[in-house]
Design a protein around this ligand. Structure first.
Ligand code: URA
Ligand code: URA
Length: 145
């Protein structure tokens, strides 16, 4: 299961997660660890697009969190991959930088959770691709257990 931040404009219109350039990159990243995109459930922290596509405010994330928690309970994923700091901080209930949270296995309600960069951030900072591939390989290994 992947958890992003919130729908963008196109995602809001189509009701589908990660449809733009970041979505294509995400499909590639999953493909690189042998996971067809159709086999993952993609959720977001907030369920509608914040004005001007800004980051969700803490109270907005908090308001949507019970819904996400229920999605996790229903999907019962083997691994959760949190995409970006918003998802990581919301799920783990911490305020830490992505650099600190990535590269390790956390737990969310007993489910292994790996944190990595948001694909939109990767489009802006190609230097983060290598660490992202390291993170998704950790997730892949957890999936194979
Ligand atoms: N970015 C996100 O965080 N989630 C989406 O669904 C699309 C873009
Ligand atoms: N399938 C997904 O992968 N994500 C949703 O949010 C809904 C259906």
């Amino acid at each position: 299961m992947l958890v992003g931040e919130g729908p963008g404009a196109t995602e809001d219109e189509t009701g589908r997660p990660f449809v733009g350039a970041a979505g294509e990159l995400l499909t590639q990243i999953l493909g690189s660890i042998g996971i067809p995109r159709e086999s993952v459930f993609i959720a977001n922290v907030v369920k509608c697009r914040p004005p001007q596509n800004r980051k969700p405010l803490p109270d907005e994330s908090t308001a949507c969190l019970p819904y996400l928690r229920r999605q996790v309970q229903l999907v019962r994923p083997k691994v959760i991959l949190a995409l970006g700091a918003t998802a990581a901080e919301s799920l783990l209930g911490v305020r830490k930088s992505l650099g600190v949270l990535r590269g390790a296995v956390h737990l969310y309600g007993g489910i292994p959770l790996v944190v990595t960069y948001h694909p939109a951030a990767l489009l802006r900072n190609p230097n983060w691709k290598k660490p992202t591939w390291d993170d998704v390989r950790i997730a892949r290994q957890l999936l194979d257990r």
